[in-house]
Design a protein around this ligand. Structure first.
Ligand code: SME
Length: 138
């Protein structure tokens, strides 16, 4: 097995675990930045398939996090402009950047079917998850 395939397998397991463990984590996936083209590319994910496998920096919640390097919590996607809808069942979203040696290389993206489920605890937890994920890239 290749190093890359191995990493994707681990990332998929993390998505699966988060999706299966936390009832309001209904779509869990990773996007990775390509600096040359200023685009995000969908990596391993669990949940409904999405058309948005490539997202330009600046577009949608994900694209904004690629530029801001900051967590983005959207309690109600209907109230958000510059949001890319993946499915009508999605009501809220959280995106937390993934830093490797201080560089924002991508993000974990979570969609929920309920309104306003994400707390500070989710942010701290997902920052911790991403710190573990970062070690796969060091
Ligand atoms: N809603 C995201 C797009 C990705 S999907 O949630 C999987 C956004 O606005 O960037």
């Amino acid at each position: 097995i290749t190093e890359e395939g191995n990493k994707d397998k681990k990332l998929l397991k993390i998505c699966q675990y988060l999706h299966d463990t936390i009832p309001y984590y209904n779509w869990v996936g990773f996007y990775f930045a390509q600096q040359e083209t200023k685009t995000l590319h969908l990596g391993p994910y669990v949940g409904a398939p999405t058309d948005h496998t490539v997202i330009p920096f600046g577009k949608g919640i994900c694209g904004q996090v690629a530029e801001s390097n900051r967590n983005f919590v959207v309690p109600d996607v209907k109230a958000q402009d510059n949001y890319i809808a993946c499915s009508l069942t999605v009501k809220s979203e959280i995106v937390v950047p993934l830093f490797v040696n201080g560089v924002n290389i991508g993000q974990i993206d979570i969609d929920s079917h309920v309104i306003d489920p994400f707390t500070d605890q989710d942010e701290r937890f997902l920052e911790f998850v991403n710190e573990q994920v970062a070690q796969l890239f060091e």
